[in-house]
Design a protein around this ligand. Structure first.
Ligand SMILES: [Zn+2]
Ligand SMILES: [Zn+2]
Length: 108
């Protein structure tokens, strides 16, 4: 079971986007935090050690890797990079949905 999640983490580092489809994946740690694939790669040894020998409140124990299909963007716990869902609808991913970006005329 624990080796299984380590394989999933390796897979996430190699391919942060699922194939086929290109869907974003996320690594969720045992404390509920999310890690981007770059931080997972940088800290892979820590993750392996912590996942194999879990101690309470250990921040590097991996819980699962899953597809991140929709919902609010997540933030990497380590580098604060924003991770967008495959079908993210935030301003950054879906610009132009709201035409009201220009400042309103207040003097009339
Ligand atoms: Zn990160
Ligand atoms: Zn987005």
């Amino acid at each position: 079971m624990k080796n299984h999640i380590i394989e999933r983490v390796k897979d996430y580092i190699r391919a942060p986007f699922a194939f086929p489809g290109g869907y974003q994946k996320v690594l969720v740690m045992s404390d509920g935090a999310v890690l981007c694939h770059a931080c997972a790669a940088d800290n892979f040894r820590l993750i392996v050690e912590s996942t194999r020998n879990q101690v309470p409140l250990d921040q590097w124990a991996a819980d699962y890797v899953d597809l991140f299909l929709e919902g609010e963007p997540e933030q990497c716990e380590h580098c604060y990079a924003t991770i967008h869902a495959a079908y993210c609808e935030c301003q950054e991913c879906e610009p132009g949905d709201e035409p009201g970006d220009e400042p309103e005329e207040v003097n009339q």
